[in-house]
Design a protein around this ligand. Structure first.
Ligand code: NI
Length: 169
């Protein structure tokens, strides 16, 4: 197991569109393990492969209180989405300390493969539903701040660039 560096917004690599996973082999399972370790260490509820600079359709999620209910989503797709929407305050390990409200589908049905390649489906709402939509956006190269106004987004960008510079200094 290994901790993976998480790309920080506005890193251009966060805008890469991920490709489907063709074969769920030892390499993919190792990546999943490393992503889970990285997510738990960073105290996140979800992590997309895009955020660790691997551009394949892989997401890990754990929205449980106890942090012991890992979901592995390989080649995930949202197969149903409710017309009713929900507004949720989101954060992201690629944009630390920034939280803002985003509108999402209130309920979704998801189809994905697990680490053994088996296809499974589940329903998500509230935190889990929002988290899946947020992580699947990452796989399309989209970061949640792109839903905010250009003014807010530019403020966040400036803050993040300054922070990265300070950390490197
Ligand atoms: Ni995120």
């Amino acid at each position: 197991m290994a901790l993976l560096p998480i790309l920080q917004y506005p890193d251009a690599r966060l805008h890469t569109v991920a490709k489907p996973v063709k074969e769920i082999d030892a390499r993919v399972r190792q990546l999943v393990d490393d992503m889970l370790e990285t997510m738990y260490e960073a105290k996140g509820v979800g992590l997309a492969a895009t955020q660790v600079n691997v551009h394949e359709r892989i997401v890990v999620i754990d929205t449980s209180e106890e942090r012991n209910d890992a979901l592995v989503l390989i080649n995930p797709e949202i197969i149903q989405a409710s017309a009713d929407m929900i507004v949720w305050e989101e954060g992201c390990l690629s944009v630390p300390t920034i939280y803002d409200k985003v509108e999402r589908h209130a309920k979704i049905r998801v189809r994905a493969q697990n680490r053994n390649g088996e296809v499974y489906e589940f329903d998500g709402e509230e935190l889990l539903g929002v988290c899946v939509q947020h992580e699947l956006d990452h796989l399309l190269g989209k970061v949640f701040v792109e839903y905010l106004s250009p003014l807010k987004r530019n403020r966040i960008k400036t803050k993040m660039v300054k922070r990265t510079r300070d950390e490197e200094a």
